[in-house]
Design a protein. Structure first.
Length: 304
């Protein structure tokens, strides 16, 4: 049983298609089929049922799938551990970030990193924070820089770097713009545009509402904060956005509730051997955290 056959098996299982698996692995479809056939022959059992164009795992395939993932992760982990011995910083770094952090937080950090470590091939993906958590847990990603979950996870090392102060906002010509002060209950009676119901940011708001015995169904939702900002600015409803995104097209609402903050940071699997490239990325992130802490301390010192 070789790792190439296992890679082909996992790709077909995940894609539910031989042709899409071939595209993912940059191989021909006959090459994928041959690797699956070799694996099935070695194991003495069928791994896939092929009914028309539909590909599904057999019972044997379902048993093999998590074990095959573990084997490939162990092989990759061993390769990284051996490569780390020479001290060089190179190879591929699989890194994910959310669209908001990628646009507003990471650009200067990535610029420094790529200049200091030109030998690293940066495999940067833009994902929802919730998906990035799953991919780090599954071992597909080495590191993610995202909005952090409200609850800790026992398999992940999670480190906050920045904090977003969240603001209730509306369009400059929205009827709420003249309200001197609002309760959360009064705010909930108006149309809203918010992040999706399963996002960490929406969970933050939902818990605050639940604390006050309130519920809210958003009229429209999207996971992209830039899109939310646009929808809010044209008057489709009030929203909850980071302080850094507020401009002249939006008005901050005075809502009688304690400030809402969401943590942003990085996460890695604590059982994974990190590559030298990932370790250097973490050093850059830690420097950003230290710089943010110093700035906060200076601001507190100068505030009368």
């Amino acid at each position: 049983m070789d790792t190439q056959s296992l890679q082909a098996f996992i790709a077909v299982a995940d894609c539910q298609s031989f042709s899409r698996a071939a595209e993912t692995l940059h191989l021909t479809q006959p090459a994928i089929s041959k690797r699956i056939a070799v694996l099935e022959d070695q194991l003495g059992t069928r791994l896939f049922d092929r009914i028309g164009r539909r590909i599904t795992l057999t019972e044997a395939g379902r048993v093999l799938h998590p074990r095959a993932q573990s084997i490939l992760l162990a092989v990759d982990d061993s390769r990284r551990a051996l490569a780390n011995l020479n001290g060089q910083v190179g190879g591929r770094l699989s890194l994910a970030t959310s669209h908001h952090i990628g646009l507003h937080r990471l650009p200067p950090l990535l610029k420094r990193y790529t200049r200091r470590h030109p030998g690293v091939e940066l495999g940067l993906e833009f994902l929802d924070s919730e998906q990035a958590y799953r991919d780090v847990l599954d071992g597909r990603l080495e590191i993610a820089v995202v909005t952090l979950a409200p609850e800790p996870h026992e398999q992940l090392d999670v480190v906050p770097i920045w904090t977003d102060r969240m603001r209730f906002v509306c369009a400059a010509d929205h009827p709420l713009r003249h309200a001197a002060s609002l309760t959360l209950g009064e705010l909930c009676r108006h149309a809203s545009v918010l992040p999706g119901p399963l996002t960490f940011t929406r969970t933050l708001l939902r818990r605050r509402l639940e604390d006050e015995g309130l519920t809210l169904e958003a009229g429209m939702s999207t996971n992209y904060l830039e899109t939310l900002k646009m929808m809010c600015s044209v008057g489709l409803g009030w929203s909850l956005l980071p302080d850094s995104m507020i401009d002249n097209g939006l008005v901050q609402l005075d809502v009688a509730t304690p400030p809402l903050h969401r943590p942003l940071g990085y996460l890695v699997h604590h059982d994974r051997t990190l590559s030298n490239a990932a370790r250097r990325m973490i050093e850059e992130l830690e420097q950003a955290r230290d710089a943010g802490n110093r700035a906060t301390f200076t601001e507190q010192e100068t505030t009368p």
